[in-house]
Ligand binder design. Structure first.
Ligand SMILES: *[C@@H]1O[C@H](CO)[C@@H](O)[C@H](O)[C@H]1NC(C)=O
Ligand SMILES: *[C@@H]1O[C@H](CO)[C@@H](O)[C@H](O)[C@H]1NC(C)=O
Ligand SMILES: *[C@@H]1O[C@H](CO)[C@@H](O)[C@H](O)[C@H]1NC(C)=O
Ligand SMILES: *[C@@H]1O[C@H](CO)[C@@H](O)[C@H](O)[C@H]1NC(C)=O
Ligand SMILES: *[C@@H]1O[C@H](CO)[C@@H](O)[C@H](O)[C@H]1NC(C)=O
Ligand SMILES: *[C@@H]1O[C@H](CO)[C@@H](O)[C@H](O)[C@H]1NC(C)=O
Ligand SMILES: *[C@@H]1O[C@H](CO)[C@@H](O)[C@H](O)[C@H]1NC(C)=O
Ligand SMILES: *[C@@H]1O[C@H](CO)[C@@H](O)[C@H](O)[C@H]1NC(C)=O
Ligand SMILES: *[C@@H]1O[C@H](CO)[C@@H](O)[C@H](O)[C@H]1NC(C)=O
Ligand SMILES: *[C@@H]1O[C@H](CO)[C@@H](O)[C@H](O)[C@H]1NC(C)=O
Length: 762
């Protein structure tokens, strides 16, 4: 190793000396001053900015958030997430001619973006994203930032247009302007950004059409225009975007056909055109490159899928055509897709069977399939037991088709949601479901299932929240175990042939005992958009994701005996329908405990007695029906009950009165319920009896005077004996008439019985 030459040593020490005096250079001092002045204008900032002081300017390059270039100038100013609260007004941008990167993202900046930002002429990276209080417009001077490669202004609170000067940023490679609330149309100058590979204008209020000029951005990999108000057709120039991987146009008003040229990019990975007005055949070219993984076309007007579209698409993972007008044979549309994870075709008009000629299902080898939604189609035929072997399946909805046969499959632990409603399935309650121990929802409604409801359901399906068995031909008693589901929130057994009493043991029925929130758990990998779980009942739609649905519907069966009072412990209950059964006895007296109850239907039973006074405590009730029973007495009043003005909900009972029906007859009993009315009737009977007795006695007495003296004597003797008794009774009767009637009803009843006795002695 050679020793350093003495001249070299001298040179080195000179450089060292020079470096030491660098901080006092005027241009560097200006940079430091600009920062310190701006810091002083802020209401608050992160503690780390404590290093920013003029006294410390020798350390400028080591100040928090600062990086210098080799000449000692500030090259990077990174204050990402630095708790900045203040404006950019006092920042002298012209002091930083060498600044290459400015990152102010995720702070509390307010005010506007100053036009002076255009003075940062060396800037390569500008990120001010996620300052939701920044208002105003993107300044036109932004066009002066000729070297800018990355511009990220996402999540600001702006409200202006995207200036056409953005087209001057010809070095730009990445432009993120999502959720900035830009208005106006996309400037045509955008086509000048020929180096752009990432463009995100999603979540704004952009209007107008997508300009033809996008075809000039031939380097584009990622294009996201979703959630704007764009209209018109997708421009044909999209065929020049041969590098395109992600095309996201969802949530606009785009229409027309999608061109075959979309497939010019052999790299196309994702195409999302959901929630637009596209129509016609879905292009067959999208998978030609063999890279396509995700297709979402939900909520459009596509009428068909070309047979070849997905046939060679072995990379396909998610395909979602929910709510289109596609008429196609399901099996024809697909080939081998070993990686398929999501397949959603709700509300199309797909037809055909899942089974092929050999009785196999084309779905059987899909190891990664987690969501299968084929509901609302015209699919028919049977199901194969292999469906139960799909190891990743989380959600399966085959509702509203014409599937038939028995349900032959079991489940893996992964299955949370199983919906087979409104098909032609038959047989007993599927025994295979015993293994579905992770289920959250089970909907077997609207089929031809028969036999009894097995007692094992609550034991075997411990996490179930929704059990819907409505509109089948289940018979026998409701097993008492049904109320041992600890998490069940919705039990719909309506429209079956169930008999016997409603079991009265609700202690473990905690899902309905407690107030429930909207379901937030176990979405798996999906968002709410993808899964629709609703309960359609009596013309209403209850959405699981939107509000807590806690309800019990046992209507339209042959249930008998009394409504168990234990039911009133289910304090979380919002919907209760016991109508169209043969229930007897009275309405449980504690019904008023159910303060969350919004809908109560007890109509068409044989309930009798009065409506219990606690009824007035049902402060959430909006839908009520007590008609077609044997109820009597006064309808309790409360401000909530008064909002139910339709008198028909009380009709066809033996004697209900009070608002909204006619007033109860006797005003003196206005505070009494029907019990006192019944007693009033008894009192009336006593008056009649006394009057009749008097008339009879009168004629007997005078008749005897007319006929025989011996009879007369005997009668006088008898009357003497009775005199004491009768005087007492008449006295108590008179005091009753004088005092409040109700106070002595009990006494009157006694008198009545004794008077009857007197009559029989005669
Ligand atoms: C000066 O800046 C350096 C580097 O950030 C810091 O470590 C030091 O504490 C600062 N000194 C003062 C007095 O603020
Ligand atoms: C910023 O500071 C102002 C004034 O001190 C205060 O009113 C405001 O709430 C602060 N904003 C944020 C986002 O912290
Ligand atoms: C800084 O920008 C403002 C507004 O764009 C301009 O008027 C001014 O001349 C610029 N200053 C320098 C030094 O570039
Ligand atoms: C953007 O559109 C939404 C919804 O139409 C509207 O509420 C909002 O005010 C609009 N914002 C601007 C800045 O125009
Ligand atoms: C910048 O953009 C404006 C508007 O598009 C244009 O008129 C102007 O010529 C451009 N300036 C430069 C230097 O390219
Ligand atoms: C940009 O696109 C338009 C329309 O497609 C075309 O007329 C124009 O020549 C293109 N400009 C450049 C610079 O490629
Ligand atoms: C795009 O595809 C069409 C046919 O689909 C073809 O004629 C055209 O040459 C392709 N363009 C490019 C730039 O690859
Ligand atoms: C699918 O692959 C087969 C065999 O490689 C080929 O013959 C056929 O043309 C391909 N179909 C499409 C639509 O690409
Ligand atoms: C109760 O159930 C019956 C029969 O299932 C139905 O007709 C009625 O509309 C339901 N009532 C309410 C309030 O949902
Ligand atoms: C109340 O129930 C009866 C019998 O179930 C039904 O006919 C009637 O339409 C219901 N009334 C209302 C308002 O729902």
């Amino acid at each position: 190793m050679k020793l350093i030459h003495p001249i070299g040593l001298l040179l080195l020490s000179c450089i060292f000396l020079l470096c030491a005096v660098v901080p006092v250079r005027a241009d560097l001092r200006r940079e430091a001053e600009a920062l310190v002045n701006w810091k002083a204008s802020l209401a608050s900032a992160d503690e780390s900015l404590g290093s920013w002081s003029l006294a410390n300017s020798t350390n400028l390059c080591r100040w928090s958030g600062i990086r210098c270039d080799s000449a000692g100038h500030i090259a990077k100013l990174n204050l990402w997430n630095a708790s900045l609260n203040g404006t950019l007004d006092q920042l002298d941008f012209s002091a930083f001619p060498h600044l290459k990167e400015l990152s102010f993202g995720h702070n509390g900046l307010h005010g506007t973006i100053p036009a002076r930002i255009g003075n940062l002429t060396s800037l390569v990276v500008l990120q001010i994203a996620d300052n939701p209080y920044l208002r105003g417009a993107i300044p036109r001077s932004i066009g002066q930032l000729k070297h800018l490669a990355l511009l990220n202004l996402a999540f600001l609170g702006l409200d202006g247009t995207l200036p056409e000067e953005v087209g001057n940023l010809t070095s730009l490679e990445e432009l993120s302007l999502n959720s900035v609330t830009l208005t106006g149309s996309i400037p045509l100058t955008i086509g000048m950004l020929v180096k752009l590979d990432f463009l995100d204008l999603s979540g704004n209020n952009l209007t107008g059409t997508i300009p033809l000029e996008i075809g000039n951005m031939t380097e584009l990999l990622h294009m996201d225009f979703s959630w704007n108000y764009l209209e018109g057709q997708l421009p044909t120039t999209i065929k020049y975007l041969t590098e395109l991987q992600f095309l996201v146009l969802s949530g606009n008003q785009l229409g027309g056909h999608i061109f075959a040229e979309l497939g010019n990019s052999s790299l196309l990975d994702t195409i999302n055109v959901a929630k637009n007005n596209f129509s016609g055949l879905f292009p067959s070219s999208v998978c030609v490159g063999g890279a396509l993984r995700t297709v979402s076309a939900r909520y459009n007007g596509f009428t068909g899928i070309h047979q070849q579209t997905f046939q060679n698409c072995t990379t396909l993972q998610d395909v979602d055509f929910t709510a289109n007008n596609i008429v196609a044979e399901l099996r024809d549309c697909f080939g081998e897709h070993p990686e398929l994870a999501i397949m959603a075709f709700r509300q199309n008009q797909l037809y055909g069977s899942l089974l092929n000629d050999q009785g196999e299902v084309f779905l059987c080898n899909l190891t990664y399939l987690s969501l299968l939604d084929l509901s609302n189609n015209d699919l028919n035929g049977g199901l194969h037991e292999c469906i139960g072997d799909l190891p990743s399946l989380i959600f399966m909805d085959l509702s509203r088709n014409s599937f038939s046969g028995v349900v032959p499959f079991s489940c893996h632990d992964s299955l949370y949601y199983l919906h087979l409603a409104n098909n032609h399935f038959r047989g007993t309650f599927p025994l295979g479901l015993k293994k579905c121990k992770s289920l959250i929802t089970l909907d077997l409604g609207g089929n031809h299932f028969s036999g009894t409801i097995p007692s094992w359901v609550s034991m075997s399906l411990p996490t179930l929240k929704f059990l819907l068995l409505s509109s089948n031909i289940f018979d026998g008693n409701i097993p008492y175990q049904i109320f041992q589901f600890r998490q069940l929130q919705l039990l719909d057994l309506s429209k079956n042939r169930l008999t016997g009493p409603i079991p009265d043991n609700f202690t473990n029925f905690t899902g309905m005992i407690q107030e429930q929130e909207t379901i937030h758990t176990r979405f798996g990998e999906f968002d709410r958009e993808e899964i629709e779980i609703v309960w359609k009942n009596a013309g209403r739609v209850y959405n699981l994701w939107k509000g807590p649905v806690v309800g019990m519907d046992l209507s339209d069966n042959y249930l008998s005996q009394e409504i168990p009072n234990g039911l009133t412990a289910l304090l979380g209950l919002r919907y209760l329908n016991l109508s169209r059964n043969q229930l007897l006895g009275s309405i449980p007296k504690d019904i008023g405990n159910l303060v969350l109850l919004e809908s109560l239907d007890l109509s068409q039973n044989q309930l009798s007695g009065g409506i219990p006074p606690s009824f007035a405590a049902l402060k959430s009730i909006t839908v009520l029906n007590l008609s077609y029973n044997g109820l009597s007495g006064r309808i309790p009043t409360s401000s909530q009950l008064q909002t139910i003005e339709d008198p028909s909900v009380y009709t066809h009972n033996s004697g209900l009165c009070g608002s909204p029906l006619e007033d109860c007859v006797d005003s003196s009993t206005s505070t009494q319920n029907d019990a006192s009315q019944a007693e009033d009737r008894e009192a009336l009977w006593v008056y009649c009896f006394v009057a009749a007795g008097f008339i009879l006695g009168f004629w007997l007495y005078w008749g005897m005077f007319m006929f025989s003296g011996t009879w007369r004597c005997a009668f006088h003797q008898y009357v003497d004996n009775m005199q004491g008794k009768v005087t007492k009774k008449m006295h108590s009767f008179k005091s009753c008439l004088r005092g409040r009637l109700s106070a002595c009803l009990f006494g009157l009843q006694l008198n009545e019985k004794q008077l009857e006795l007197v009559g029989s002695e005669k």
